[in-house]
Design a protein. Structure first.
Length: 307
């Protein structure tokens, strides 16, 4: 997973759910492909000192010095990390693997790990265990995508591999600054992995918005003119990247659809989908752009959100 710098680790959150197991598997494969290590993080939250029994735990019921006994949650967290580490090393014995148990909110624990030097990306499953026992749930992925300094990868509960065919990286193009960063990530990733970039530029008839945006020029009612304008926007956004990465194969598709629909329909479960955290028209007050959030919830394969 390439950030354009000198990354050393893929950071992945685990909580024992099927979704986090797939995230761990994907992270290990990426680390092997790009010569990185894996840093496995789990969160113990809320801390044992909080809640009605916290004082008793620290006062003798759980070991006054903190070493005689450990709480069930800490025991489970350490057992999970040990299992995750052993499982990865059975698959890839030569891989460098670190584990980390953090007494912090799950999203904050991963944000801190992602902010450390050497982090290439942060990976989570799209859903955790659910209910009060969950550590990494859907909201964690949304918060990471909105705040992480490195790309956030969200994996669904089940995903397919692209064995036997050329890999595809599907990326949205809208001419925005954030969209440009997503494009740059997709091109770098494609160059290193030998994948094809499928650039999706979604457009919609302007006539439907005439009453809400004021006077609209006549050509905005011409679907062919709108599509041509969308294609020009996409080509301009990719011009420098094509020159910087001449070996990357690009398939530009202008699609008459909402951006979310276009991205989800064009991507197979095996594809990597790349989006910016917020595109054109995004409200800065929102935690994450509506397109990014909808793709995260609707995709059947891995999604990368680039801030």
């Amino acid at each position: 997973m390439d950030t354009g710098e000198d990354p050393r680790w893929v950071v992945v959150g685990v909580d024992g759910s099927d979704s986090s197991r797939y995230a761990l598997e994907w992270s290990a494969n990426q680390a092997m492909t790009y010569g990185l290590g894996v840093r496995i993080v789990t969160a113990v939250w809320p801390p044992d000192s909080e809640g009605p029994f916290g004082e008793l735990i620290h006062r003798g019921g759980g070991g006054a010095d903190g070493d005689d006994e450990e709480s069930p949650r800490r025991h489970d967290a350490r057992a999970l990390l040990a299992y995750a580490r052993d499982w990865v090393l059975r698959l890839f014995p030569e891989l460098s693997v670190e584990t980390r148990e953090v007494e912090e909110r799950p999203a904050q624990a991963l944000l801190e790990a992602a902010s450390e030097p050497g982090a290439a990306c942060v990976v989570v499953g799209s859903r955790g265990l659910g209910g009060l026992a969950s550590a990494f749930v859907g909201s964690v992925g949304v918060e990471l995508a909105a705040k992480s300094p490195v790309p956030t990868v969200v994996l669904p509960k089940h995903h397919e591999t692209a064995e036997g065919r050329r890999g595809r990286i599907v990326v949205g193009v809208d001419g925005s600054e954030t969209g440009g960063r997503a494009l740059a990530f997709a091109f770098r990733q494609a160059e290193r992995s030998g994948s094809e970039v499928v650039a999706i530029c979604a457009w919609q008839p302007m006539a439907a918005f005439a009453s809400s945006v004021g006077p609209v020029p006549p050509e905005a009612f011409d679907d062919e003119a709108v599509e041509a304008a969308a294609r020009r926007t996409a080509e301009a956004a990719m011009e420098d990247l094509r020159a910087q990465h001449p070996k990357v194969v690009v398939d530009l598709r202008t699609v008459r659809a909402h951006p979310v629909v276009a991205l989800l329909e064009e991507a197979s479960p095996a594809d990597l989908v790349v989006v910016g955290s917020r595109g054109r028209g995004g409200f800065r007050g929102l935690l994450l752009g509506s397109v990014s959030q909808s793709v995260l919830h609707g995709a059947h394969g891995p999604v990368v959100v680039v801030r």
